[in-house]
Design a protein. Sequence first.
Length: 115
Amino acid sequence: MAFLLTYIAMEPLLPVGKKPGRPPKWTKRQLIDGIRWRTRTGAPWRDVPVRYGEWETVYGLFRRWQRHGTWAQILKNLQARADSKGLITWKVSVDSTIARAHQHAAGACKRGICR
Protein backbone atom coordinates (compact mmCIF):
# COMPACT_ATOMS: atom_id res chain seq x y z
CA MET A 1 0.00 0.00 0.00
CA ALA A 2 2.88 2.39 0.76
CA PHE A 3 4.24 1.86 -2.76
CA LEU A 4 0.92 2.85 -4.29
CA LEU A 5 0.57 5.98 -2.17
CA THR A 6 4.13 7.06 -2.88
CA TYR A 7 3.78 6.56 -6.62
CA ILE A 8 0.45 8.42 -6.69
CA ALA A 9 2.08 11.33 -4.84
CA MET A 10 5.05 11.30 -7.23
CA GLU A 11 3.16 10.80 -10.49
CA PRO A 12 2.34 14.48 -11.20
CA LEU A 13 6.00 15.37 -10.53
CA LEU A 14 7.46 12.87 -13.00
CA PRO A 15 8.86 14.16 -16.27
CA VAL A 16 6.58 13.65 -19.25
CA GLY A 17 8.40 12.57 -22.34
CA LYS A 18 7.24 10.52 -25.26
CA LYS A 19 10.02 9.14 -27.37
CA PRO A 20 9.34 8.20 -30.95
CA GLY A 21 9.70 4.55 -31.83
CA ARG A 22 8.94 1.33 -30.05
CA PRO A 23 6.76 1.54 -26.93
CA PRO A 24 8.58 0.83 -23.66
CA LYS A 25 8.60 -2.74 -22.37
CA TRP A 26 8.51 -1.65 -18.71
CA THR A 27 6.25 0.99 -17.21
CA LYS A 28 7.69 3.97 -15.34
CA ARG A 29 6.00 2.67 -12.22
CA GLN A 30 7.82 -0.68 -12.46
CA LEU A 31 11.16 1.03 -13.00
CA ILE A 32 10.65 3.49 -10.14
CA ASP A 33 9.59 0.64 -7.86
CA GLY A 34 12.80 -1.14 -8.90
CA ILE A 35 14.86 1.92 -8.00
CA ARG A 36 13.06 2.20 -4.66
CA TRP A 37 13.62 -1.52 -3.99
CA ARG A 38 17.32 -1.20 -4.70
CA THR A 39 17.82 1.90 -2.54
CA ARG A 40 15.76 0.42 0.31
CA THR A 41 17.64 -2.89 0.38
CA GLY A 42 21.10 -1.64 -0.55
CA ALA A 43 21.52 -4.60 -2.90
CA PRO A 44 23.65 -4.37 -6.05
CA TRP A 45 21.88 -3.19 -9.20
CA ARG A 46 22.24 -6.64 -10.76
CA ASP A 47 20.06 -8.10 -7.98
CA VAL A 48 16.99 -5.99 -8.79
CA PRO A 49 14.11 -8.48 -9.30
CA VAL A 50 13.01 -8.91 -12.91
CA ARG A 51 9.42 -7.93 -12.04
CA TYR A 52 10.70 -4.34 -11.84
CA GLY A 53 12.44 -4.52 -15.20
CA GLU A 54 15.87 -5.50 -16.41
CA TRP A 55 18.49 -4.15 -14.06
CA GLU A 56 20.22 -2.21 -16.87
CA THR A 57 16.95 -0.40 -17.64
CA VAL A 58 16.27 0.40 -13.98
CA TYR A 59 19.82 1.66 -13.48
CA GLY A 60 19.70 3.64 -16.73
CA LEU A 61 16.58 5.52 -15.65
CA PHE A 62 18.07 6.18 -12.20
CA ARG A 63 21.33 7.60 -13.65
CA ARG A 64 19.60 9.61 -16.37
CA TRP A 65 17.31 11.31 -13.86
CA GLN A 66 20.21 11.78 -11.44
CA ARG A 67 22.29 13.56 -14.11
CA HIS A 68 19.41 15.84 -15.12
CA GLY A 69 18.50 16.71 -11.51
CA THR A 70 15.07 15.09 -11.74
CA TRP A 71 15.38 13.30 -8.38
CA ALA A 72 16.37 16.53 -6.62
CA GLN A 73 13.40 18.34 -8.18
CA ILE A 74 10.98 15.56 -7.16
CA LEU A 75 12.33 15.62 -3.58
CA LYS A 76 12.07 19.41 -3.44
CA ASN A 77 8.45 19.35 -4.64
CA LEU A 78 7.43 16.50 -2.29
CA GLN A 79 9.00 18.31 0.67
CA ALA A 80 7.22 21.55 -0.26
CA ARG A 81 3.88 19.73 -0.46
CA ALA A 82 4.41 17.97 2.87
CA ASP A 83 5.57 21.19 4.52
CA SER A 84 2.52 23.11 3.29
CA LYS A 85 0.29 20.42 4.82
CA GLY A 86 2.21 20.62 8.11
CA LEU A 87 3.55 17.06 7.85
CA ILE A 88 7.20 17.98 8.37
CA THR A 89 8.72 19.07 11.67
CA TRP A 90 11.88 21.05 11.02
CA LYS A 91 13.28 20.77 14.55
CA VAL A 92 16.80 19.40 14.86
CA SER A 93 18.30 18.29 18.15
CA VAL A 94 21.99 17.52 18.41
CA ASP A 95 23.48 16.17 21.61
CA SER A 96 27.23 16.68 21.74
CA THR A 97 27.93 16.19 25.42
CA ILE A 98 30.56 13.54 24.61
CA ALA A 99 32.79 13.84 21.57
CA ARG A 100 35.63 11.35 21.50
CA ALA A 101 38.62 11.88 19.25
CA HIS A 102 40.99 9.25 17.92
CA GLN A 103 44.30 9.05 19.77
CA HIS A 104 46.18 10.43 16.76
CA ALA A 105 44.02 13.53 16.81
CA ALA A 106 45.17 14.26 20.38
CA GLY A 107 48.88 14.54 19.60
CA ALA A 108 49.93 10.94 20.31
CA CYS A 109 53.32 9.71 19.18
CA LYS A 110 53.67 8.88 15.50
CA ARG A 111 56.26 6.29 14.49
CA GLY A 112 58.35 6.92 17.53
CA ILE A 113 58.56 10.68 17.11
CA CYS A 114 56.50 12.77 19.50
CA ARG A 115 55.33 16.21 18.49
